[in-house]
Design a binder for this molecule. Structure first.
Ligand code: SF4
Length: 286
């Protein structure tokens, strides 16, 4: 039996950078004793958040809590935030360690510019996701979030209205194209910017290709991680026997002798050591 890890599984560029910034700040803090916070969990991985907490990094969960901060530094995670958050940090005189991924920053700039020019912004993504919430706030007029075929079909617009479509960075590429097609067929005046980041596209393609060959697939990632959930959907559509786990403890495998290939992939917030642990476990035990 072969155990194969998908290419581009695990930490993406943006998450890696955010982790580096957090650890650099921890080292700095050790010298001057300042407090460190993250606005929301730095990444969707409980193990990593626990480790950071042990090193003194506290998670702030709401804007109200943020407004209470009087000192130290706040790390903005790779998802990015609304403009309001930057204003609050400035007002409070708190240091801002901005770990917003450059791919997300690019979307902020696009929607800011396009909405300023009068275009209605359509975000293809999951409403309520922190990245999408942040993007919405960079628009000069209310943006619309489209999540499904139904949303796209039900969308109505005013005569002559110009639209600009962007995507949440972690959206499923094929689904994005399918939704964009609906808008195109309806003859809207649209400009489409595919803002799905390469890391996501590459990870999804690699997962799909591996799942198509595998008898069993294991997808590792946080339960709240939207990119991991999407990886799971993709793998499940190619390989019926797909398992979604957070850590090795969740793995409940019973592999029949006929299994020849077990594929492993992981979301953007899954540290390498967790992937390796699962990989080694399957290799040794089956
Ligand atoms: Fe950046 Fe892409 Fe990673 Fe999101 S998934 S943090 S956009 S590299």
């Amino acid at each position: 039996m072969e155990v194969v890890r998908a290419e581009s599984a695990g930490f993406c560029f943006g998450v890696e950078k955010a982790m580096e910034k957090a650890y650099r700040q921890i080292e700095k803090k050790a010298k001057d004793g300042d407090k460190i916070y993250t606005f929301g969990p730095l990444i969707h991985n409980e193990e990593v958040v626990k480790e950071l907490k042990q090193k003194g990094v506290e998670v702030i969960d709401s804007v109200e809590e943020l407004k209470e901060i009087k000192e130290g530094s706040v790390i903005i995670r790779s998802h990015g935030v609304s403009r309001e958050i930057y204003h609050i940090l400035e007002e409070r005189g708190v240091e801002c360690i901005d770990a917003t991924c450059p791919f997300v920053k690019r979307i902020h700039k696009i929607v800011e510019k396009e909405s300023e020019q009068g275009k209605k912004i359509i975000i293809i993504g999951n409403d309520g996701h922190p990245e999408v919430e942040g993007i919405k706030d960079w628009c000069h007029s209310p943006a619309i979030v489209i999540e499904s075929k139904e949303d796209a079909l039900n969308f109505t617009f005013e005569e002559g209205e110009k639209l600009c479509i962007v995507s949440q960075t972690t959206f499923n590429y094929n689904k994005f194209q399918e939704l964009v097609e609906i808008f195109k067929k309806r003859g809207y005046d649209i400009s489409v910017v595919n803002t799905i980041c390469n890391a996501t596209e590459e990870r999804q393609t690699a997962a799909r290709e591996l799942a198509a060959k595998a008898d069993v697939m294991i997808v590792i990632g946080g339960i709240n991680s939207s990119n991991t959930r999407k990886l799971y959907e993709i793998c499940k559509s190619e390989c019926e026997d797909t398992h979604f786990i957070q850590t090795l403890d969740d793995l409940n495998l019973d592999l029949p002798k006929s299994v020849r290939l077990v594929g492993i992939t992981a979301g953007a917030s899954t540290p390498n050591n967790i992937i390796e642990e699962v990989q080694n476990y399957v290799r040794i035990n089956f």
